[in-house]
Design a protein around this ligand. Structure first.
Ligand code: ZN
Length: 502
C-alpha cells in the first residue's frame, strides 16, 4: 500500500515537471511572434516615413493673405508669399504670375490674381485689397461767421477739405445743440469733421436786377415781351420765383409805361426795380421828329472798317473834333475798331457777313450773324454794343427773296432782345446814285441838301468809299457853319426807322 502511494506520488511529480516545460516553450514562442510583428511594424513605419520624406509630393503656400487693406493715397506693397511643390526634403519654388492692380488713389476693393501651374494644371489664388479712408475732413473758419435763421452762412468764410474728396465746403452744415453751434461735414467715406463756432445772427437784404435794358423802346403794334428780373438773397438764395411784377405795357398805344418788380425775403426785407418801356409810333421815329437833340447830325458809317478809308476818316474826325457812329462788319483790321472805340466814337453793329441770302434766310441765321459781329466788337473793345443797323435797312425788300415777312419779325425781335436799331433819314447815296461817278461832290450835295434843323439828321454813309472820305471834311464844315451839332447814337437816342416792307 505504502509502495503504491509512493509510485503514484512520483508519477504525479513527473507530470508536473513535464507541464512546466511545455508552458515555458509556449511563452518563448509567443515572444517570438510579438517581436516579428513589432519588427514588421517598425519596417512599415520606416517605409512610410521614407515615402513621405522623399517620394510623396505636395503643394505648400507660405505667407499668403486672402484679405488685405490699405489707407488711401499711401503706397501699397504686395506682401511676399511663396508657393512650392515637392517633397518635404525637396520642395521646389513655383513661378507665380500676378495680375490686377491696386489704385490707391481711389477707394474700393481690388482683386489681385496669382496664377501658377502644378503638374501642368492651372491654379490660382485671389487676394482682395480694400483701399479705405478713415481720415476726418477738416473745417477751418477763415473769417468770423454769422448765420441766417435757416442755417445758411450770412457773413464770414470757412472752408472744408478732405484728404480724399478735396474741397467739400458745400457739404458743411450748421447744427445747434443746446447753446452750442457746430459746423459739421461728412466725407464720402462717412468720416465726420466738426468744429465749434460762435453763432451770431444775420439778417439780409434781397437784391434784384433786370434782365435786359432798364429803358426799352418799341414800336406801336409790335409785340412786347417782358424779360423779367432776377432776385437773390444771401440767406434765401435764388428767390427769382418770388418776384411780384406790377404794371403792363399796352404795345398798341403810344406812351411811356413803367413796370415794377418787387421782392421780399424771408426776413421781411424788400427791394424793387423798375423798367420804363416807351411805345412809339412809326411816324414819330421815322422822321426823327421825336429827336431830343433837334437839328443834330448823326454821322453814321456802314460796312467798315477798311484800311485806307476808315483810318483817314478817323483822322479827319479827330482834326475836326467830331464824333461819329460806325456800324461795323467782320472786315478790316481789329486795330481800326479799337481806334474807333478809343477815340470816343460809337462802335455799333451792322453785320458779320453782309450776305443777304445768308442773313435773311431765317431769324436764327440773322441773330447768329449779329452775335458774331457783336462778339468781335466785345473781344476788341470789351464793350457789348447793342446798337444795330440792318443790312439794307429795316425797309429793305431784298429779304423777301429769302424769307417772307422776316423784317416784320426781326424789327420786333431785336428790340425784345435788348437791341436798338437805326435806319437813316439823310442818304448820302454813296452806295447808290453817287457810286457810278464815284463823286465826292455828289455825296456832299446829297448830305447837305438833306439836313434839317427840325429833326435829328441820321446821315447814311459808308467808310469804305474813298469819295465819301474825300467829301467828309466839307460836310463837317457845312454843318458847323450852319449851326448844326454832331452827335453819336446811344441807347437813349430815339430810333430813326423806316417803314418795314417785308
Ligand atoms: Zn451795309
Amino acid at each position: 500500500m505504502e509502495t503504491e502511494d509512493i509510485v503514484e506520488e512520483k508519477e504525479k511529480n513527473k507530470g508536473k515537471r513535464k507541464n512546466k516545460r511545455e508552458i515555458e516553450k509556449e511563452e518563448s514562442k509567443k515572444k517570438k511572434i510579438i517581436t516579428i510583428i513589432l519588427l514588421i511594424l517598425v519596417f512599415l513605419i520606416s517605409l512610410s516615413a521614407l515615402f513621405i520624406l522623399v517620394i510623396y509630393k505636395q503643394e505648400k503656400i507660405i505667407g499668403f493673405i486672402k484679405n488685405d487693406k490699405i489707407l488711401v493715397n499711401t503706397e501699397y506693397k504686395d506682401k511676399d508669399f511663396s508657393i512650392c511643390y515637392g517633397t518635404i526634403v525637396n520642395c521646389k519654388k513655383v513661378e507665380v504670375e500676378k495680375s490686377g492692380e491696386v489704385d490707391t488713389k481711389k477707394l474700393g476693393e481690388y482683386t489681385i490674381t496669382y496664377k501658377y501651374k502644378i503638374n501642368n494644371k492651372e491654379k490660382e489664388l485671389k487676394k482682395v485689397v480694400k483701399v479705405y479712408d478713415d481720415i476726418k475732413p477738416e473745417i477751418v473758419v477763415d473769417e468770423e461767421l454769422s448765420f441766417c435763421k435757416n442755417g445758411n452762412v450770412g457773413k464770414g468764410k470757412y472752408h472744408a477739405t478732405d484728404n480724399y474728396d478735396g474741397d467739400i465746403t458745400d457739404k458743411v452744415k450748421l447744427t445747434i445743440e443746446g447753446d452750442k453751434s457746430y459746423l459739421e461735414v461728412l466725407d464720402s467715406s462717412g468720416n465726420r469733421g466738426s468744429i465749434e463756432v460762435d453763432a451770431l445772427e444775420f439778417t439780409s437784404d434781397p437784391t434784384i436786377s433786370l434782365n435786359g435794358e432798364s429803358n426799352m423802346y418799341i414800336i406801336v403794334g409790335s409785340k412786347y415781351t417782358d424779360l423779367g428780373a432776377k432776385a437773390s438773397d444771401v440767406c434765401d438764395g435764388d428767390i427769382t420765383d418770388k418776384i411780384v411784377v406790377t404794371g403792363v405795357v399796352d404795345s398798341n398805344k403810344a406812351g411811356t409805361y413803367t413796370i415794377t418788380y418787387s421782392i421780399e425775403n424771408s426776413d421781411g426785407k424788400k427791394a424793387e426795380i423798375k423798367r420804363v418801356v416807351t411805345v412809339q409810333t412809326r411816324s414819330v421815329v421815322a422822321n426823327g421828329s421825336s429827336c431830343s437833340k433837334m437839328g443834330a447830325i448823326y454821322l453814321t458809317f456802314d460796312d467798315g472798317p477798311q484800311n485806307g478809308t476808315t483810318d483817314k476818316i478817323l483822322n479827319i474826325l479827330n482834326e475836326e473834333g467830331v464824333k461819329a457812329t460806325f456800324f461795323v462788319t467782320s472786315n478790316g483790321p481789329d486795330s481800326l475798331i479799337k481806334r474807333e472805340y478809343d477815340e470816343g466814337h460809337v462802335v455799333a453793329l451792322h453785320t458779320s457777313t453782309h450776305n443777304y441770302a445768308k442773313i435773311y434766310a431765317s431769324v436764327d441765321a440773322y441773330f447768329n450773324d449779329l452775335y458774331t459781329i457783336q462778339n468781335r466788337v466785345k473781344r476788341i473793345t470789351g464793350f457789348e454794343s447793342k446798337i444795330i443797323r440792318f443790312p439794307g435797312g429795316s425797309s429793305n425788300t431784298v429779304s423777301r427773296k429769302y424769307q417772307k415777312g422776316i423784317m416784320t419779325t426781326l424789327t420786333s425781335e431785336v428790340l425784345n432782345r435788348g437791341f436798338r436799331y437805326h435806319d437813316w433819314n439823310v442818304d448820302s447815296e454813296d452806295a447808290g446814285r453817287c457810286s457810278s461817278s464815284a463823286s465826292s461832290s455828289c455825296v456832299y450835295s446829297n448830305v447837305v441838301g438833306g439836313l434839317s434843323k427840325n429833326r435829328c439828321n441820321m446821315v447814311l454813309m459808308h467808310d469804305i468809299k474813298y469819295y465819301t472820305r474825300d467829301a467828309l471834311r466839307d460836310i463837317i464844315k457845312f454843318g458847323k457853319e450852319n449851326g448844326y451839332t454832331f452827335e453819336v447814337i446811344t441807347m437813349d437816342t430815339p430810333m430813326v426807322t423806316q417803314r418795314v416792307n417785308n
